[in-house]
Design a protein around this ligand. Structure first.
Ligand code: ATP
Length: 325
């Protein structure tokens, strides 16, 4: 069983218009609505892979009810969504003028430390009755405690299990706080190549540069570090071993959430005890399959298995002058 945590889900609205003009009335057709949330997307990919999945987090107000109902209707996971009084957020994307995306994203209900620990306690109670093999914490949280995710990891390690793999797909100051702490380390993180640059305060123009930055002391003692690079695949570090993962070029429909599907695939492969190489291939193939669907977090297991045969995982000998390949 895989448990994913989404602190700040959303009801996403996509509007399409030929030309968008700020400062005047723009009239749209009814938007396409979908559920947003990185842990939900990752859970969907893991469930479609064949795992039993619990989706956990917070929902509030009328929008929260809609999200909860739609998640239930998907029939892919067990829900552990706790109620909050503030309304679940709305995220609006306007697609206009060719391929331009303009986004309006609400900050969502503020999650207090008490609410966050209450959720962790619910997960603990669940795990007293049933075994889980992986916990994932995905995406942002609207909290005034910039150490919240670090504190939650400590709770998991001290109160739930010191053994269970904890995959944390988070960014910004919450990730920095986690990495700067010497206390507890997540099992896995997955910054994309841009987030890696933000973390270390440098622009990272290529995989070549990125792989060298993965030896940065911020990443010490984390079992698995994946830097995803979109259509260029990913880089991976496990202890002292570095990997370059190359993927084939494919036709895509919507790559949004490919990183989330990658994390869901990684969680599934860990649960299935795949080798490192197959885990990387499975995770990458889930990201690729997601990119071939309009819906987010959706993968086709048959395609994933076909993609795995076309993905190359090469160990990279870490020498500053050596080229990737
Ligand atoms: P998101 O935040 O939208 O979930 P991300 O930035 O975290 O995405 P990416 O690096 O874009 O993650 O993608 C994760 C993986 O998905 C890639 O490593 C790759 O395997 C696959 N992928 C993403 N985009 C493409 C693409 N255009 N073509 C093929 N595969 C892709």
């Amino acid at each position: 069983m895989i448990i994913t945590v989404t602190m700040n889900p959303s009801l996403d609205h996509a509007y399409f218009i030929d030309h968008f003009s700020p400062g005047i009335v723009n009239r749209f057709q009814t938007p396409r609505k979908s559920i947003g949330g990185k842990g939900i997307n990752a859970g969907r990919a893991a469930s479609l892979s064949g795992a039993k999945v619990i989706i956990s987090g917070f929902l509030g107000g009328d929008l929260g009810q809609i999200v909860g109902r739609d998640l239930k209707d998907e029939n892919l996971f067990e829900l552990m969504m706790l109620p909050v009084s503030e309304e679940t957020r709305r995220a609006i994307t306007v697609m206009h003028d060719g391929n331009v995306h303009t986004e309006i994203v609400e900050s969502g209900p503020e999650v207090s430390d008490e609410q966050a620990f209450h959720l962790m306690n619910e997960i603990k109670e669940k795990l007293n009755k049933e075994n889980a093999s992986v916990i994932t914490i995905n995406g942002s949280v609207n909290s005034n405690n910039k150490h919240l995710y670090k504190d939650l990891l400590k709770y998991i390690r001290t109160e739930i299990s010191n053994e269970i793999p904890v995959l944390m797909d988070i960014s910004g100051e919450q990730l920095l706080s986690l990495l700067e702490s010497d206390e507890y380390k997540p099992t896995f993180i997955k910054p994309n190549i841009h987030e890696l640059g933000e973390l270390i305060g440098k622009s990272i123009p290529s995989k070549e540069v990125a792989i060298h930055e993965m030896s940065h002391s911020l990443f010490n003692d984390i079992d698995y570090i994946m830097v995803s690079c979109g259509a260029e695949g990913a880089l991976f570090k496990a202890g002292d071993i570095y990997y370059n993962v190359e993927i084939p070029t494919i036709d895509i429909i919507n790559p949004t959430g490919s990183g989330d599907a990658t994390v869901g695939g990684f969680a599934y492969a860990l649960e299935e005890k795949y080798s490192i190489e197959d885990t990387l291939k499975y995770a990458m193939a889930c990201g690729m399959s997601n990119a071939q669907h309009a819906e987010v977090g959706v993968i086709n297991k048959h395609d994933v298995e076909l993609f795995m045969n076309q993905i190359q995982v090469k160990q990279y000998k870490f020498e500053p002058t050596k080229a990737i390949g």
